[in-house]
Write a protein that binds this ligand. Sequence first.
Ligand code: HSE
Length: 436
Amino acid sequence: MKPINVALLGIGTVGTGTFAVLERNQDEIARRAGRPIHIAVVADKDIERAKEITRGACRVTGDAFAVVADPKIDIVIELIGGCKVARELVLAAIEHGKHVVTANKALLAMHGNEIFAAAQRKNVMVAFEAAVAGGIPIIKALREGLTANRIEWIAGIINGTTNFILSEMRDKALSFDTALRQAQRLGYAEADPTFDVEGIDAAHKLTIMSAIAFGIPMQFERCHIEGITRLQAEDIRYAESLGYRIKLLGITRRRAEGVELRVHPTLIPARRLIANVEGAMNAVLVKGDAVGATLYYGKGAGAEPTASAVIADLVDVTRMHTADRAHRVPHLAFQPDAVVNIPVLPMSEVETSYYLRLRVEDRPGVLADVTRILADQMISIEAMIQREPAEGEEQTDIIMLTHRTREKNMDAAIARIEALPVVKGKAVRLRMEELG
Ligand code: HSE
């Protein structure tokens, strides 16, 4: 059978993995797809390196814009990354009637609405399994496997770099800075780790999952994003002694008033499976009304795990290539005219439980003052520990876990607590989820 012709834009880590896996498993993949999948051309700025990797198996060029206009190409794989040139190339490919496979989460989170609208107009597919949680088929699960369900919430460890750093901080009692340097030495963190440690990469992925879980447009600009840079080793220790682990979670939840969309360090019970996902691994917990909680686990990055997702998309597109539009799975899981603009709730309206750590003077009445303020805001305390002060020490730490409340109530309580003369410095506030 005639092969389907693919253009690969960008042959970096994932591109190299895609090339290698397609070559290694070509017979198995063709049996599944119904015809061979052939990379006909690779476009990359570094032509010499691209030639070394492809070893004469396909054409190599530096002109990606010519490639996306080439009438012989059926599918374009975009693995360039970034939002500027990648956006122009993806839109140009769509304009020329090509199907697109991309691993670019930033591009979809920020420009997905424009890209999917263009794809809809031109009757082409844009597939993006590799954009979220690398090799884990979470997009497939949300778009196809769970379509019977009203999805209630998703909570995911969707950034391996930060999960590795948090595991190191907990296991070896390291500070954030030391654990980050360790991650950089081992190649888990980039020289500039901002996107990962500030939670931006996780927010891109969460935005995409939220859109396909709830049938809403991409709303990255409304995502609350808090990374792990300010997390202190002592809070990891205190959380542990209360039976919790701290993970950087992306959480999206449907409520009657709107959708919660937030990335932040979160305490979760240590007995949950997801709390035990360690190192650079990813995991996504999805709660559907019919199925209950389902958990997806695997490698969220790396050449071949991500290539696994890219090639799964290639197979899907190849199978559906000649089918009419009505037979395709809609890009955002819901039919385009059924996507609804449910608002993303401001952080002040988010409902969650809290961990609070206060540095206080160790004398009578302090706890009474703090608990009175919490009671005034209708915040109920679930557990509390007080560190025993060292000999001669006049200050100590109080750690409290609260029941669920609105973030605005907690903001108001913290402002009053921090104003108490017996409370020293800023309160440490972390959010907590039972994920039950
Ligand atoms: N940098 C990401 C991570 C992988 O650390 O999980 C690519 O999204």
